[in-house]
Design a protein around this ligand. Structure first.
Ligand code: F3S
Length: 652
C-alpha cells in the first residue's frame, strides 16, 4: 500500500505490531536522544537512579548550550555534573560554544529515516532532513535511554502542499507564521505536518528548519520534509553525504487532511504579543517604536538567515534607539559567515554578536526594557518569556528583523533595500561547511566509562520521587488558571531561574512566580491540592519542571479543559494525574480554594473517568483521563521512575 513519509518511518520503528490508526497507542524504537543543560540534570539523575551503566540507544547527545552565563556556582555545577554523567553513560557532549542543540544535532547527527527524541519542544527541527524528531519531557528521554520503546498516540498525518515561490523579502518564517495564523497554537495537537509539493522542493534545509522547528508552536507532534536533493546537498556540505538516503512519500499515498499554501501569495508577516498565532502582515500592523531586535536562535540562526539579515543591514546602521543583538546557531555557521564577509557587515552596522548559545531566547540575558517593544526571530512571544512581563515581543523573519533594526519601527526588507531586495534570493547554503567537531566529546569505551566518577556540586539536589496516589483525595484548589497557560508561566525562564532547575526545593518556591506570586506558598501550606486549568494547559516549552515543581509542592492532579501533549506526559511521569473536564462548562462553577473530593481515585483511574465532588459548592462533576494502559499503570505507581524500576526488576 502506498505510504506517506511519516507512516513509512513510524512503521520502520514499530516495537509492537500496529496498523497505525490515528488515536491508537503505538510503541517505537528510538535511534537518537538529545538533552540540554537547563532540562537535563533531572534526566541523568533519573538514569542514575535506574542503575543502568550505559545509554541503550544508537546516539545520545548532551548539549551544554542554553545557559552559558555563569552568574554564580549553580550553572557551572550543573555543566560539570552533566559532562561527567554523559561520560559515564556513553553519551556525546557538545561543549559550551559549539552551538545550539538543534542546529548542531541536525548538522552532525541528522540522517533521513531516523527517529530522534529530544528533551526540548523544538526537537522537530530535524524533520527538515526527512527524519521524525519528537519533543518530549526529560523523563521520556531517561526511558528511551534504557532502551524501553517510546509510547505515542498515533497522530493524524496532514499534508501541507507548498506551491509557488517565495517573493524577495519573504522567507520560511512567513510559511510557518501563515500556518500558525490558520491553525492557531493548538491546531496541531495530535498531528504530524508533512510538507510536500514543488514549493517545498525549492526550500533548502536551513529554510525548512524554521518551519519544522516552529511547528511546535501549533502543538504538533512533529513536522517533516522529504529527504531529497536539498538534504543531500546539506549533508554533503557537512561531509556526511554517505549517510544520506533518499526518502519520499509514495506516489498516490493518502493523508488524514490537507493544507495548501501558495508561497507566492505570502508577504512579510509578524506575530503580535503574546501568542505566536496572533499573526498579521507587517504592512498592516500598528507601527510602534522598537526598543530591541534579536536575530538568530535555533529557529532562524542559520547561515542563510544571518547572511540575508546582513545584506539588509549592509550600508545602513542600527537605529540609535534600538539594541540589536544576534545569536548565530553554531560555531561552523559563524566561521562560514566570517569567511564570506557577513560578520563584518553585521559589525559595521552596529549589531552586537552574542555567544553561540540560546541565551536571550529563554530570558538568559538581553531582557527588553520596561514596556519595551522587542522584535525577535525566535519562536515564542509568551508574556514574560523574554524575561520581562511588561515587554511586547513580536516574531518575524531575519530580513524583517534587520529592517526594523534600521528604521526603529516595523519595516520590511523591501522598504530598506528597494530593488536590491532581489539580492536576497541569491543567498544559498554553502557547498561545504568548515566542519570542526573538536567541541564534541565522544563517548568513552565501556571499560573507561565505568571508571568515571560523577561530579555533584552543591547545586545538584536529590531527585524528588512522588508517592503513589491514595484511594481518597480530598484537597483544595490551589490555583484556577486561565486558557493557554504556558510552561513559562508555571516555571519562569531567566538566567537566575534556569540555574535553579537542578535544585527542586529551591526552584519550586518560584512556581507560577510571574502568573500568581502567592501560588507556591499557598500550595505548600495546603500540603496537597489540585490545579484547575483552562484550554491548552501547559503549552510551549517541554520543560518538565512545570510538572516537577507543582508535584514537589503537593499538587496531586490538574483538571483542565484541554492539555498540551508534552506537558500531559510530564505530569504523568512525575506523579500528577492529568484530567479533563467531561463538561468544560464545569470549569466556570469552580473557584480557587474550593474543597474537592475524589472518593475512589485508585479504583476509578483504570476506568478513565473519576467523579469529583465540589464540597464547597455542593455539586458533582465528571473528569476523564485520556491515558493509555501503560500510562494508567504509571499513574498508579506514582510516576515513571517507580514504574520503570518496577518493569526493569520484572525484566519486562
Ligand atoms: Fe534554545 Fe530558544 Fe531554541 S531556548 S533551543 S534557541 S527555542
Amino acid at each position: 500500500m502506498a505510504q506517506n513519509l511519516s507512516r513509512k518511518i513510524l512503521a520502520a520503528h514499530l516495537a509492537k505490531p500496529s496498523d497505525l490508526k490515528p488515536g491508537e497507542e503505538i510503541y517505537l524504537k528510538v535511534d537518537q536522544t538529545l538533552t540540554h543543560d537547563i532540562n537535563a540534570v533531572m534526566t541523568y539523575l533519573a538514569f542514575e537512579a535506574i542503575g543502568l551503566d550505559r545509554t541503550q540507544v544508537e546516539t545520545s547527545v548532551s548539549y551544554l548550550d542554553h545557559n552559558l552565563l555563569y552568574l554564580d556556582h549553580k550553572t557551572p555545577d550543573d555543566h560539570i555534573y552533566l559532562q561527567s554523567a554523559a561520560k559515564k553513560f556513553g553519551v556525546y557532549v557538545s561543549r559550551p560554544g559549539n552551538g545550539i542543540c538543534h542546529a548542531v544535532q541536525a548538522a552532525r547527527f541528522g540522517a533521513p529515516g531516523k527517529l530522534s527524541l529530544g528533551g526540548d519542544s523544538h526537537t522537530p527541527h530535524g524533520g527538515s532532513m526527512g527524519m521524525l524528531c519528537i519533543g518530549v519531557g526529560g523523563m521520556d528521554i531517561t526511558t528511551a535511554m534504557t532502551g524501553v520503546p517510546m509510547r505515542l498516540k498515533m497522530p493524524q498525518i496532514i499534508r501541507v502542499n507548498l506551491t509557488g515561490r517565495l517573493r524577495p523579502g519573504c522567507s520560511a518564517k512567513e510559511v510557518i507564521l501563515e500556518m500558525l495564523r490558520r491553525n492557531t497554537v493548538k491546531g496541531g495537537l495530535g498531528k504530524i505536518y508533512e510538507y510536500t509539493g514543488p514549493g517545498a522542493a525549492m526550500l533548502e534545509v536551513s529554510d525548512r528548519v524554521t518551519i519544522t522547528n516552529m511547528g511546535a508552536e501549533m502543538g504538533a507532534t512533529t513536522s517533516i520534509f522529504p529527504a531529497d536533493d536539498m538534504v543531500r546537498k546539506f549533508m554533503k556540505a557537512q561531509g556526511r553525504e554517505e549517510e544520506f538516503t533518499e526518502l519520499y512519500p509514495d506516489q498516490g499515498c493518502s493523508y488524514d487532511g490537507e493544507i495548501e499554501i501558495d508561497l507566492s501569495s505570502l508577504e512579510p508577516l509578524i506575530a503580535c504579543p503574546h501568542q505566536p498565532d496572533r499573526v498579521t502582515t507587517v504592512r498592516e500592523v500598528e507601527k510602534r517604536k522598537v526598543q530591541q531586535v534579536l536575530m538568530g536562535g535555533c529557529t532562524n540562526g542559520s547561515y542563510k538567515d544571518i547572511a540575508k539579515a546582513a545584506l539588509v543591514l549592509k550600508g545602513h546602521h542600527v537605529h540609535e534607539d534600538v539594541s540589536c543583538t544576534c545569536v548565530v546557531s553554531s560555531k561552523q555557521i559563524y566561521k562560514q559567515l566570517m569567511r564570506d564577509g557577513y560578520i563584518e557587515m553585521l559589525l559595521d552596522a552596529g549589531v552586537r554578536l552574542l555567544e553561540l548559545a540560546c541565551g536571550p531566547c529563554c530570558a538568559i540575558g538581553q531582557s527588553p526594557a520596561t514596556d519595551g517593544v522587542a522584535v525577535r526571530t525566535t519562536n515564542r512571544n509568551f508574556k514574560g518569556r523574554a524575561g520581562n512581563p511588561t515587554a511586547q515581543v513580536y516574531l518575524v523573519s531575519p530580513e524583517t528583523a534587520a529592517a526594523c533594526a534600521v528604521t526603529g519601527t516595523f519595516s520590511t526588507a523591501e522598504e530598506i533595500m528597494g530593488e536590491r531586495v532581489h539580492e536576497l534570493l541569491a543567498v544559498e547554503e554553502p557547498e561545504a561547511y568548515p566542519v570542526d567537531d573538536s567541541m564534541m566529546i565522544k563517548p568513552l569505551p565501556k571499560e573507561e566509562a565505568a571508571k568515571i566518577q560523577i561530579v555533584r556540586g552543591p547545586n545538584i539536589a536529590p531527585l524528588p520521587v512522588p508517592d503513589a496516589p491514595d484511594q481518597r483525595l480530598e484537597c483544595k484548589v490551589s490555583l484556577k488558571a486561565a486558557d493557554n497557560i504556558t510552561t513559562d508561566d508555571i516555571t519562569p525562564a531567566s538566567a537566575e531561574f534556569s540555574s535553579m532547575r537542578s535544585n527542586i526545593p529551591l526552584m519550586s518556591q518560584y512556581c507560577y512566580h510571574r502568573y500568581d506570586p502567592g501560588f507556591a506558598a499557598r500550595a505548600k501550606e495546603l500540603g496537597k491540592s489540585i490545579i484547575i486549568g483552562g484550554d491548552n494547559y501547559g503549552q510551549g516549552s517541554s520543560r518538565e519542571h512545570a510538572a516537577i515543581n507543582p508535584m514537589y509542592l503537593g499538587v496531586k492532579a490538574v483538571i483542565a479543559k484541554s492539555m498540551a501533549r508534552i506537558h500531559k506526559g510530564n505530569l504523568v511521569n512525575h506523579g500528577i494525574i492529568p484530567m479533563l473536564f467531561e463538561d468544560p462548562g464545569d470549569y466556570d462553577r469552580i473557584d480557587q480554594m474550593d474543597e474537592l473530593e475524589i472518593g475512589h481515585l485508585r479504583d476509578e483511574i483504570p476506568t478513565r473517568q473519576v467523579t469529583v465532588t465540589d464540597k464547597t459548592k455542593g455539586f458533582t462533576f465528571k473528569a476523564r483521563l485520556e491515558l493509555s494502559d501503560d500510562e494508567v499503570e504509571v499513574v498508579l505507581c506514582g510516576g515513571q521512575l517507580r514504574y520503570l524500576k518496577k518493569k526493569l526488576q520484572e525484566g519486562s
